[in-house]
Ligand binder design. Structure first.
Ligand code: FAD
Ligand code: DLZ
Ligand code: SF4
Length: 517
């Protein structure tokens, strides 16, 4: 009797704990395209196409290497539509002596897996996902007993654990975090080379047709699909990043330019999250670029911090605070998500460009997600559930374990400050400094109130005013209230009225954009 090894759509590596060490003659690998996963939110069309195509390519690689892969396609007859239903059918087919599965990335799926031992008449072993540097238990140990959970301290632990950028027990260059050097505004020096793009092959074209047929009314375009779908392609994308863009990754990390969607970012998150690339290996390659004199320390430290700092930290944070994180709403934000998040039809040039990139590429870079799209949702008081759904739908790299902490805790402060020491609230001034968006915007970032004022300006003060009780006590933001109090009453009222007038123009989106009824 074989061992059945279910491999989920974001576990696409031969180094997976459940595959590694197994022999081919007593193993059946099960991969499942299931309706439940494809529709629990109405994912961007490119996201579904990417996951199905990467799954099919991975299955082909395993088969070529001699593994027995039982692959269930979405439109196969009898497909039950769920992971548990498909494992049940596979148990019937193969009569396994055991099921070995790596823990799921997401709470929802893990809950289902934890029921398998009671459901199936064989041993079920759930293995830790050791593609992460810190295990869930390790994060828990670090977090227990703390009331604030700053990424910075966790990151230092990860630097020590991995030995990345260490000079014996000290950080390379003397400082742990060089973020201060990574805030250049866009300028004429910028000339980012194009990232590696991949023409869909026959297998991807088949999947694209399937997605058009079954999910044609989901958000986003498919025509622009060019993601890496195999390990080889993902490695090529990484090679190009290390050869051509890492040097300037750091300085321009927070810059935004209209119509330029990648800049110096790696664009590797989809491949890393699927399992096509190993994050530790990428960090070691980044460090090598620094040691070989090919990239400056601020770029390399910045890249490594995103991966062994932020990425590991949000994953630990997710599992530490689930369930519960998904329903936190400390700021009691109740407004519906505006329709323009789906259509891009807004005069706010920054928002329109970030939404265009999101629609065309199923991607927007970090500062667009944080300081444009996220900042707006925070200031306008959009309810966290709708914002969470939006981010989960629209990005090809979105899985709840990484999306939810970034949305609920980082941008919306819905957790009341467990993750961030203060809300990331900013007026139009920040976007004007870090981008070229404002130059041709119908609004003016220097106008504070009135119809032509950048909406971020009055919204900023409206936000500060309505959350005064909570935020005034925060030593990192509390001082802002002395500026507010120094304004005369009429000026303050002007800000509040302008914000209200703008908020009144927002049309809430139909909920059916994100979830099937
Ligand atoms: P780069 O800028 O090249 O960064 C390198 C890598 O660092 C990324 O590939 C990613 O793996 C990692 N990374 C960077 N920042 C973060 C972060 N804050 N959290 C976790 N990993 C990080 N990333 C996702 O992978 N999936 C998501 O669903 C997701 N949702 C986000 C939602 C919001 C509101 C915000 C502010 C950020 C979100 N991020 C998410 C993080 C980040 O925006 C993306 O990882 C990044 O834009 C991907 O592009 P890149 O590969 O070019 O990243
Ligand atoms: C996101 C996604 C989609 C759209 N479809 C599938 C699928 O049909 N089969 C599958 O194995 N995985 C899919 N995924 C990714 C899963 O949602 C992901 O593996 C879990 O979220 C991990 O907990
Ligand atoms: Fe965005 Fe305001 Fe600048 Fe327009 S003026 S692009 S709305 S920040």
């Amino acid at each position: 009797r074989p061992v059945l090894v279910p491999v989920l759509g974001d576990q696409l590596t031969r180094n997976l704990a459940s595959i590694r060490g197994r022999t081919k003659d007593d193993t059946v690998i099960l991969m499942m395209e299931v309706w439940d996963e494809a529709t629990y939110v109405r994912h961007h069309k490119q996201k579904i196409a990417l996951i199905f195509s990467a799954m099919r390519h991975f299955a082909a690689v395993l088969r070529d290497a001699g593994w027995l892969v039982d692959y269930v396609r979405l439109d196969d007859e009898g497909n039950s539509g769920s992971f548990t239903g498909e494992v049940a059918r596979a148990v019937e087919r193969h009569d396994p002596c055991a099921i070995h599965v790596v823990e799921a990335g997401e709470w929802r799926v893990q809950q289902a897996i934890e029921e398998w031992p009671d459901k199936f008449d064989c041993e079920v072993e759930i293995l830790p996902d050791d593609r992460f540097i810190a295990s869930i238990a390790e994060f828990r140990e670090w977090a227990e007993g703390r009331d604030t959970f700053r990424m910075e301290f966790f990151y230092r632990e990860m630097r020590r654990k991995t030995g990345l950028l260490m000079d014996s027990d000290k950080p390379e260059g003397g400082e742990w975090n060089l973020d201060k050097q990574n805030r250049e505004s866009p300028d004429d020096e910028m000339d980012p080379p194009e990232r590696a793009k991949f023409e869909p092959d026959e297998m991807t074209c088949d999947v694209v047709s399937l997605v058009k047929d079954k999910f044609g009314d989901h958000f986003g375009s498919l025509e622009t699909f060019n993601w890496p779908v195999t390990r080889e392609e993902a490695e090529e994308a990484a090679d190009r990043f290390f050869a051509e863009r890492i040097e300037k990754f750091g300085p321009y990390q927070d810059a935004m330019v209209h119509g330029q969607d990648d800049l110096y970012h790696s664009m590797l998150s989809t491949s890393i999250n699927l399992g096509l690339l190993d994050p530790l290996d990428l960090c070691q390659r980044a460090e090598k670029a620094y040691r070989d004199g090919k990239a400056p320390l601020n770029s390399v430290e910045g890249f490594i911090r995103q991966l062994i700092g932020w990425r590991e930290y949000v994953r630990g944070f997710y599992w530490y605070f689930m369930p519960g994180l998904e329903s936190d709403n400390k700021l009691n934000a109740q407004r519906g998500l505006p329709e323009f998040y789906w259509t891009g039809e807004t005069d706010m040039r920054c928002m329109a460009d970030c939404i265009r990139s999101t629609r065309e590429n199923a991607h927007a870079h970090h500062i667009q997600r944080l300081m444009v799209l996220g900042n707006f949702a925070l200031l306008a008081g959009i309810n966290p559930r709708e914002v969470q759904d939006w981010y989960l739908v629209v990005y090809a790299d979105a899985y709840e374990w990484v999306e939810l902490p970034n949305v609920a805790a980082m941008i919306l402060y819905a957790d009341g400050g467990k993750l961030a020491s203060k809300p990331y609230a900013a007026s139009g001034n920040y976007i004007n400094k870090m981008s070229d968006y404002c130059r041709e915007c119908r609004y003016s970032p220097s106008k504070k109130t009135g119809e032509d004022a950048c909406p971020f300006n009055p919204l900023y003060w409206h936000f500060m005013d309505r959350h005064r009780e909570l935020l005034e006590q925060n030593h990192r933001i509390g001082r802002i209230y002395s500026t507010w109090d120094r304004m005369d009453e009429a000026r303050r009222q002007d800000y509040l009225d302008s914000a209200e007038a703008f908020l009144d123009t927002l049309t809430p989106a139909a909920k059916t954009w994100a979830r099937n009824e």
